[in-house]
Ligand binder design. Sequence first.
Ligand code: GLA
Length: 743
Amino acid sequence: MGITWQEEQRLFKLDTPNTTYLIGIVDEEGFLGHIYYGNKIEDATGAAELLRTREAPFTPEKNDRERVSFMDCFPWEYSSHGVGDFRESSVRVKDENGCSAVLLTYVSHEIYAGKPPLEGLPATFGPKDGVQTLDILCEDKSLGLRAHLTYSVFEDTDAIARSVRFENGGSSVLRLEKAMSCCLDMDNRGFDVLTLHGSWARERHMERKPVGCGRYSVSTLRGESSHQEHPFLALLTHGADQDRGEVYGFHLVYSGNFLMQAEGNQFGAVRVVAGINPEDFSWKLEPGEAFQTPEVILTYSAQGLGPMTGSLHSLYKNHLIRSPYLHRKRPILINNWEATYFDFDEKKLLEIAKESAALGIEMLVMDDGWFGNRYDDGRALGDWQVNEEKLKGGLGRLVEQVNGLGMKFGIWFEPEMISGDSKLYRKHQDWALAVPGRRPALSRNQYVLDISRREVRDYIMEQVFAVLHSANIEYVKWDMNRPLTDLGSVSLPADRMGELYHRYVLGMYEMQERLTREFPNLLLENCSGGGGRFDPGMLYYSPQIWCSDDTDAVERLMIQESTAMLYPLSAIGAHVSVCPNHTVGRSTPFETRGYVALAGTFGYELDITKLSDEDKAMVAGQTAIYHRFHDIVREGEYHRLASYQENRKFDCFQINDPTGRESLVFYTQVLSEPNRRSRFVRLKGLSADARYRIFTVNADSGELKKDTGRVISGAVLMNGGICFESLTGDFRGSLLCLERVDR
Ligand code: GLA
């Protein structure tokens, strides 16, 4: 691992365990070019040739008459604007004359151990002896604009974290109108672009298409990372799959408006830019002021998507998620949302709790509806005082009784929102985002609080803290149920209104930071109408995020498949709910719903008092499976074996215990097929020369089935496969456990 400056070739070499990233400085003007990112190169001698500066149009130093041609084809490390590069710019700055040209060139650099935090933003971190950072200072002298391009490499992970810090070093006001976190130029080696798309209850489905000429982007202007698009983009060589082909992954650590774009150009090159969406963004930089972009994670794999997944999982577990729960078994929870919606009281919650405790469930989460006069979703957001009509003895008494059953207690908040029908709105109408003279648009009957304002944040956090201090509350679900519209804040002058989207996100991060500082042992789960704000930024604050409001097992297979492509299973909020499913009306076996939820944080979201005895018996089995195997799910190495999104028939993945002693294989056959023979699925990550005893996990008890236990070598399992017999009936799941047999 490490970062070196090679004076002779004027290049920076950044090494991760298996990859190398090279940046070069050319011309007397100090242009910063991207040389290479890919498989590890020990000896980079001659690599600067990859910048093609020895061929026409040559650098301006050698051929100033074709300066524009040079600008337009040079592989820039961070692209300029308005001076000849007509591809996507990385930065755009309005100066005092209203002009927007900018070109950043090399001034100096620093290489140091460790990685400083990014002010106000979530970011990866690591110890001084495990992370190294390169800070390249660039400047546009005529603007007085300085930019620190920073790159951190991790000793244990094939990932590079990039971000940019701008400083106005001049004497006049500058307006940053675009400030991307990274730019990467390289030859298009026949790439496809892979992105994730969806909707409410249908988050993060994969889409893949070839990169042609022109721009292809995913983005959001909803003020949150969104259900619709995801701040992720990968370039894959044609035909690349889980195990083969080259993959470049880009994942933005940010929870607001973003743009991730790939652009094919006239010379068969491709440029990727990623960062805050420049639309509706404008940040005023007074002399001496600075702006920090969010960071973007870059990964490279020469062996398909699998290693990209491995790198991101390892990075997020070891260098992003800070919660003390990261490596802890989370309490099995039951959430009352799908059980009662708004219609509950203390008695109903206690009935659920009693039944749950008896079946091994460990925490009751009281969802929306416990505060103000919240009898439906039309009111009371912002009035964070307990509704004592529903909870007659108050929150303290309810929590004591739940604790008395041996269960923990958790609660729901939606701190960023305000209902028109609320005491808070009647008192502080100007606390909602609104454009002067225009009635703000409702969504789910609610407005958005202007949390760019300190006094608004202070007030809300005081209310939240008062509730949390009033009883033994060990878990919070922080929800956010509508996109941002009507971007206007009474606290910002006209020339700073373009900062509002980003200031909102910074305000939300600050609130989450305050919450986790005040309650360091709180288990925080983020949520946004399901998985509308499932992004790496939120993981910095909460170790888990509610993945989707869709709890149907089959829909979840698809949502969880692509979520797990980027995020560790320990971050994926997943519950068993009732059938017919409330979102899609589908009925799936209770057993299968259990397996799907067990591949996430695991819990229930149903009225347990109404379950059949048979299902109740299975709850006991599922909780036993959770206790027996969840260390593996949380800490293990995840491998995707078959993609239901691709094959539309079955889903299969494997998790290997880090010690190599045990493996779990989750298999779901979606629709039953007539007259089909058994299916062999090749396993991954085993020891070829070890042998494994195969057990089926008994869904009713969590025990390993005694009648199984056949022994198969790692080599056979990985090259030939493991057999899954065709099952009768739709939506059938099974869980296998492999135990390594010592020889
Ligand atoms: C969102 C969440 C749900 C539930 C409701 C409550 O939709 O995703 O899980 O908490 O809000 O209003």
